[in-house]
Design a binder for this molecule. Structure first.
Ligand code: MN
Length: 218
């Protein structure tokens, strides 16, 4: 099935309580069924009157958004970004993976970029901590498949920076407030126990095979 308008809220790839005790069931329900659903509804509503955008994938919508008329650009980029970022975040977590580490080419690329896995862990955590207000921290690959850590505000994505995302951490308060209140550091410590490294490895391989990452104005 092509992934374009009308977008549907695909189920989580695991049960709502599968990430317990790290990410609680109630947070997963609200995050997927309410927050993500609302981005999907707003995106469909935005695209309803825009037939020329209706065949586009989320990535295409995100990349074309800056070239649209301002009001439409904002609605498309916020809502397509909201759907893309949340799907990416949910699929980047998995149950039963505590203590797992990246393997193969991704592990090697992490060592090249950050010297050690531990140093990478510290840097990504610090980046996630540094996001002021709402946004995400990302591990992303550049066109030469070198890795870097970036942060984005609100529902922006690294796609518009010409980067190919590997992992993201949602640091909007709704991602952790029920369990951790305003303590983002507790949530980040939990998140490291549910990182889906197999998915990250697949994404890195896909980035390598694409290489020519679509640029918004290229
Ligand atoms: Mn979120």
């Amino acid at each position: 099935m092509p992934d374009s308008y009308p977008f549907v809220n695909t189920p989580l790839p695991y049960a709502y309580d599968a990430l317990e005790p790290y990410i609680d069931e109630k947070t997963m329900h609200l995050h997927h069924d309410k927050h993500l659903q609302s981005y999907i509804d707003h995106l469909n509503e935005t695209l309803r009157t825009q037939p020329r955008l209706q065949h586009m994938t989320l990535e295409q919508l995100i990349c074309i958004a800056p070239r649209l008329p301002p009001r439409l650009a904002t609605a498309v980029s916020r809502n397509a970004g909201g759907v893309y970022n949340h799907r990416f975040y949910f699929a980047g977590m998995a149950p039963g993976v505590k203590g797992a580490r990246p393997k193969g080419e991704l592990a090697a690329a992490i060592e090249t970029a950050f010297v050690s896995f531990e140093a990478f862990e510290e840097k990504l955590t610090a980046a996630a901590q540094s996001v002021f207000g709402s946004g995400y921290a990302w591990l992303a690959a550049n066109r030469r498949c070198g890795l870097s850590i970036v942060t984005t505000a609100n529902q922006e994505t690294p796609l518009t920076l010409g980067l190919c995302p590997i992992l993201n951490i949602d640091v909007w308060e709704h991602a952790y407030y029920l369990k951790h209140y305003n303590k983002r550091d507790g949530y980040l410590a939990d998140w490291w126990n549910v990182v889906n490294w197999e998915e990250a490895e697949r994404r890195f391989a896909a980035c390598k095979s694409r290489r020519n990452i679509r640029m918004p104005n290229a």
